[in-house]
Design a protein around this ligand. Structure first.
Ligand code: NOJ
Ligand code: MG
Length: 560
C-alpha cells in the first residue's frame, strides 16, 4: 500500500499564527434573524441566542460567529449596515450584546462577529451626506461615485453588473445643476461600495474594529474580503471573461473588482490592530477566490488567521473532487503556515442536505423553487451526514451553519410573496436566492413556529418537515443527526483531530480513506458498498457497516 502524507505541521510553527485556538476550532454560525426569537416579534434576537447557549455548549463547538446584528434597514438581512457600532433594536441593545458575550465566554466559547467593510447601507449617515453633497466633495469621495458616460452623463461609468442582478450603478440626485453622478454597488442598490482609497474610510474601520475588540469579541468574519479594493480605473469588463455573477465570480480570471493585491495591505494593517489586543483575536476572510493558492494569500502570517474554504464547499459529493481539494487546501495553507478551514453550508447557499439530494450532487443552485427539481430528502440527508463526518475528521478548523446539526433541508416551497432576498427581488424571481436556507430553526416540534418564537411568529414560513427535525424530537435519539454531531465533536476533541495530519491510503475512485492520528476515516462517496474492516467508533448512518461492507453514501470512523 502506498500513501501520501500531507502534513499541516510541516512548516515552522514559529510564526505569529502559533498555536492559536482557531487552528483547530469548530465555529458555529449563528444567523441571528433565524436562530431563536425571545421577544416574540418573529425575528430572532440576541436574547434568543443567549437562552440557547447551553444547547451550543452541549453540541460541543468552540466558538460562535454571529452574522450582522447592527442597525440596518435590513435590505440585505443586515449586510447593509447603517450604524456599525450599535445593535439594531430588532435584535436588542448593546447591553444585550454585552450580556450575550459574557454568557458565551462564561460557557467557555469564543465569539466572532461580522464586519461589512465593502459597503454600507444607503441609510448610513456618510452616504446620506454624500447624496446631499456636491460632486467632488469630501463627502462623495468616501464612496465610489463617478460621472456617467455619454453626452450628458446619462450612461453608467462602466458596464459592471450587481451580483444581485441589474447594473452595479445607480444615479444620485443632481445637487448643483452639473448633472447627477453615479454610485457603485456591487450588491443591492441600498449597499453603496466604499472608496477604500480614502483614508477616512480606513480610519473609520479601525475604529469599528477597536469598538468591538474593546467590548471583548474574539474576532471578525470579514464580508466580501476580496472586493474592498477595485482597479482604480474601474475599467469595463468583458463579461464572458470577468464574470461577476454568482456562478463564477472569483473563479478563473479575477476581474477588476475582485482579489486585487491592494486588499492585503488592509489585512496586514488590521492584523496589527488585533495584535494590540493580544495574540488570540482573529480575522476570517469571506473571499470567493480560487485556486486555493490564491485564497491562502489571505492567511499569510501577517494577515488574516483563516479564510473560508469555498472550493471545498463547491466540490459537492464527489470523491475525486473532494480528495483533490482536501490535499490542495492543506498544502496551500501549510505553505503559508496557516491551518485549513472546512465548510459545507452557510446563509448564502442551499444547505448541503438539499444540494446532495439533487441528481447532480455537485450542483450549485442559487436557491430551489417549488417547480425546480426537488431534492431527494432521504438521500440528501444521508449524504450530508456522511459529508459532515468526513469534514469533522479533517485537520484544521470547521465551520457549521446553524441547523445543519438537525439535518435541516432548504425550504424549497416558499411562496414568492414570502421571499425577501434582494437577489430574488432584483431579478424579478429569475434567481431564487437564499431565503430557503435562512428559515427560522425548529426547537420544539409541538410548539407554535416549532418553538422558534413564543408567539408563533416567524419572519419566513417554516416547512412542515421541520416538525420531525425539531431539536426536542432529536434529543435522546441516538441515531439522530443531532446525536451524530455531538458524538463526532466529542470524539474529534478527544482524538485531537483538528490538530492532526492526514495520511492517505490507496482506495477505490469513489472512496476517501485516510488516517488522522488514532482514527481511520473511510468515506464511501460512491453508489455501491465497499469492503471495510476494523473497530467502528462512529458511523454516519445506522447500519452503515454490516457484513464487512461500508454502505454507499456513508462515512465511518474506525480505530486506526
Ligand atoms: C456576503 C454575505 O454572506 C451575503 O449574505 C451578503 O449578501 C453579501 N456578502 C453582501 O454583503
Ligand atoms: Mg425577536
Amino acid at each position: 500500500m502506498t500513501s501520501t502524507t500531507v502534513t499541516p505541521d510541516a512548516s515552522p510553527r514559529s510564526n505569529a499564527q502559533g498555536d492559536g485556538w482557531w487552528r483547530s476550532a469548530v465555529i458555529y454560525q449563528v444567523y441571528p434573524r433565524s436562530f431563536a426569537d425571545a421577544d416574540g416579534d418573529g425575528i430572532g434576537d440576541l436574547d434568543g441566542i443567549r437562552n440557547r447557549i447551553p444547547y451550543l455548549s452541549r453540541l460541543g463547538v468552540d466558538a460562535l460567529w454571529l452574522s450582522p446584528f447592527y442597525v440596518s434597514p435590513q435590505a440585505d438581512a443586515g449586510y447593509d449596515v447603517a450604524d456599525y457600532t450599535e445593535v439594531d433594536p430588532v435584535f436588542g441593545s448593546l447591553a444585550d450584546f454585552d450580556e450575550l458575550l459574557a454568557a458565551t465566554h462564561d460557557a467557555g466559547l469564543r465569539m466572532i462577529v461580522d464586519l461589512v467593510p465593502n459597503h454600507s447601507s444607503d441609510e448610513h449617515p456618510w452616504f446620506v451626506d454624500a447624496v446631499a453633497a456636491a460632486p467632488g466633495s469630501p463627502e462623495r469621495d468616501r464612496y465610489l461615485i463617478r460621472d456617467g458616460r455619454g453626452e450628458h452623463g446619462e450612461l453608467p461609468p462602466n458596464n459592471w453588473r450587481s451580483l444581485f442582478g441589474g447594473p452595479a450603478w445607480d444615479r444620485l440626485p443632481d445637487v448643483d445643476g452639473r448633472g447627477s453622478q453615479w454610485y457603485l454597488h456591487l450588491f443591492d442598490t441600498k449597499q453603496p461600495d466604499f472608496n477604500w482609497a480614502n483614508a477616512e474610510v480606513a480610519a473609520f474601520f479601525d475604529s469599528v474594529l477597536r469598538f468591538w475588540l474593546d467590548r471583548g469579541v474574539d474576532g471578525f468574519r470579514v464580508d466580501v474580503a476580496h472586493s474592498l479594493v477595485k482597479d482604480g480605473d474601474l475599467p469595463d469588463v468583458d463579461h464572458a471573461a470577468h464574470a461577476i455573477d454568482r456562478e463564477t465570480h472569483g473563479g478563473g480570471d479575477r476581474g477588476p473588482m475582485w482579489d486585487q493585491d491592494g486588499v492585503h495591505d488592509i489585512y496586514r494593517h488590521w492584523h496589527k490592530v488585533l495584535d494590540e489586543y493580544g495574540s488570540d483575536r482573529i480575522l476570517v476572510a469571506e473571499a470567493w477566490v480560487s485556486p486555493v493558492e490564491r485564497m491562502a494569500r489571505y492567511v499569510r502570517v501577517d494577515e488574516m488567521q483563516q479564510a473560508f474554504n469555498f472550493p471545498f464547499m463547491l466540490a459537492g459529493w464527489n470523491a475525486p473532487r473532494l480528495r483533490k481539494i482536501i490535499a490542495d487546501s492543506l498544502a496551500a495553507n501549510d505553505a503559508v503556515g496557516a491551518t485549513t478551514t472546512w465548510v459545507l453550508s452557510n446563509h448564502d447557499c442551499v444547505r448541503h442536505s438539499s444540494r446532495f439530494g439533487l441528481t447532480d450532487p455537485t450542483g450549485w443552485p442559487n436557491g430551489i423553487a417549488a417547480d425546480d427539481e426537488q431534492p431527494d430528502a432521504t438521500l440528501g440527508l444521508r449524504r450530508a451526514r456522511a459529508a459532515t463526518l468526513l469534514t469533522l475528521a479533517l485537520p484544521g478548523s470547521s465551520y457549521l451553519y446553524q441547523g445543519e446539526e438537525l439535518g435541516l433541508p432548504d425550504h424549497t416551497a416558499l411562496p414568492a410573496e414570502a421571499r425577501q432576498d434582494p437577489n430574488f427581488v432584483r431579478t424579478g424571481g429569475r434567481e431564487i436566492g437564499r431565503d430557503g436556507c435562512r428559515v427560522p430553526l425548529p426547537w420544539t416540534a409541538d410548539a407554535p413556529a416549532y418553538g422558534f418564537s413564543p408567539t408563533g411568529a416567524s419572519w419566513l414560513p417554516q416547512p412542515e418537515e421541520f416538525r420531525e427535525l425539531a431539536a426536542d424530537r432529536q434529543e435522546g435519539d441516538p441515531h439522530s443527526t443531532l446525536a451524530l454531531y455531538r458524538d463526532a465533536l466529542t470524539l474529534r476533541r478527544a482524538e485531537a483531530l483538528g490538530a492532526g495530519a492526514i495520511d492517505w491510503a490507496d482506495s477505490a475512485t469513489d472512496v476517501l480513506d485516510f488516517r488522522n492520528g488514532g482514527i481511520r476515516v473511510v468515506a464511501n462517496v460512491g453508489p455501491s458498498a465497499v469492503p471495510v474492516s476494523g473497530e467502528v467508533l462512529l458511523a454516519s448512518s445506522p447500519g452503515a457497516v454490516s457484513g464487512g461492507l461500508l454502505a454507499a453514501d456513508a462515512t465511518v470512523w474506525l480505530r486506526a
